[in-house]
Design a protein around this ligand. Structure first.
Ligand SMILES: Nc1ncnc2c1ncn2[C@@H]1O[C@H](COP(=O)(O)OP(=O)(O)OP(=O)(O)O)[C@@H](O)[C@H]1O
Ligand SMILES: [Mg+2]
Length: 331
């Protein structure tokens, strides 16, 4: 699989000019000299990494995060996707997955299963449009066809907006600048108003509020998650939205989901939360790395969802009280 490491630096710089800034923050001046990015990073002396205080693996992870953040908002011309198909590979033991699952625009699918069962892996297969070249052997089709390799590896027109489980900001900017950069790269007309809206929405999802002047690196896990959710909801044009566990960030997950679920998108969401799982019209049960079952949410389950939500609201109000320092002593 062609990775960013195999890209010629010259090509990379012309596709994503922002990488120059990313590397210069680490004191790396990317002069191509005909290198691929991988070759270039390899030939840096060992003590170089000591000097910048992170190793190559972390540097690459940060780069991936950086590109992901750019991508979330940089695909104004993403081609139309009306469906994606997941063609089964095999589970962790090598047993075949007998699955051919079509996901259409406007659908929300949840992914459930124990910790370590392979939920994030499935999302990653879709993000990368796996072609039997990931640990699961799955194949992803877009509009019934093998995706065009250019589309697959394009850094500009990613089909997928991914809200990953671990999202760290690696850029050194203020919240408002960060969002404005995204809005501008989408050539949105009323960018300023949108920036204000996004920050307000993010604050509705998160706990303690932050402003446009807060540095992104000072945001908490939940706050960054909330910001990226609001940002994706308002600015992303990706036809496919992948969500990996919104619930753990302590943000208002139902509000977050309703922001993200827009009619025209294909939404997949890995979750441990029964309410979120039942809000989807179908769920994939993952076991030992494979898609074990596909269940359509039943009418009875939808009814029960209302009861679960009542319970949940009670728990939430307990949480709010605990957080504000009250005692929970009533019997
Ligand atoms: N079919 C498979 N074949 C081989 N390895 C797999 C397969 N499915 C998943 N894995 C591997 O299993 C590990 C755990 O998977 P993953 O991170 O997707 O779990 P998860 O369900 O997201 O867990 P959590 O709920 O803790 O987030 C990963 O290293 C993943 O690559
Ligand atoms: Mg996971």
């Amino acid at each position: 699989m062609m990775t960013i490491l195999e890209k010629q630096i010259e090509v990379l710089k012309s596709e994503v000019p922002q990488v120059t800034d990313f590397f210069s923050d680490y004191g790396i001046i990317l002069d191509d000299g005909g290198f691929t990015l991988g070759e270039y990073l390899e030939q840096l002396p060992e003590d170089f990494y000591e000097d910048i205080g992170i190793d190559q693996v972390t540097l690459l992870e940060n780069l991936d995060g950086f590109l992901n953040q750019l991508n979330l908002l940089q695909n104004t011309e993403a081609p139309k996707v009306s469906e994606i198909t997941i063609i089964g590979g095999h589970d962790k033991t090598g047993n075949p997955e007998h699955v051919e699952l079509k996901l259409i625009r406007g659908s929300v699918t949840s992914i459930v299963g124990p910790t370590g069962s392979g939920k994030s892996r499935l999302l990653a297969d879709i993000e990368w449009m796996a072609q039997n070249d990931t640990p699961t052997g799955r194949i992803i089709r877009v509009n019934g066809k093998k995706p065009d390799p250019e589309l697959r590896f394009s850094l500009e027109y990613k089909l997928v907006a991914q809200l990953s489980q671990n999202m760290n900001f690696v850029m050194d900017t203020k919240v408002a600048e960060f969002i404005a950069m995204h809005a501008e790269s989408r050539m949105i007309e009323n960018a300023e108003a949108i920036v204000v809206d996004i920050i307000a929405q993010a604050n509705l999802l998160a706990g303690e509020s932050f402003t446009g002047q807060t540095p992104v690196t000072a945001l908490s896990g939940g706050q960054s998650r909330a910001l990226m959710i609001a940002d994706t909801a308002f600015l992303s044009t990706s036809p496919v939205v992948l969500i990996d566990e919104i619930e753990n960030a302590g943000i208002d997950r139902k509000k977050a989901l309703s922001l993200l679920v827009k009619k025209e998108k294909i939404v997949l969401m890995a979750t441990h939360d029964p309410i979120l799982a039942l809000m989807a019209e179908q769920r994939l049960i993952i076991k030992n790395g494979g898609i074990h079952k596909i269940i359509t949410t039943t009418a009875k389950e939808k009814e029960n969802l209302a009861r679960l939500e009542e319970l949940d609201n009670k728990l939430m109000s307990l949480r709010t009280r605990l957080r504000s320092g009250e005692l929970i002593e009533e019997s």
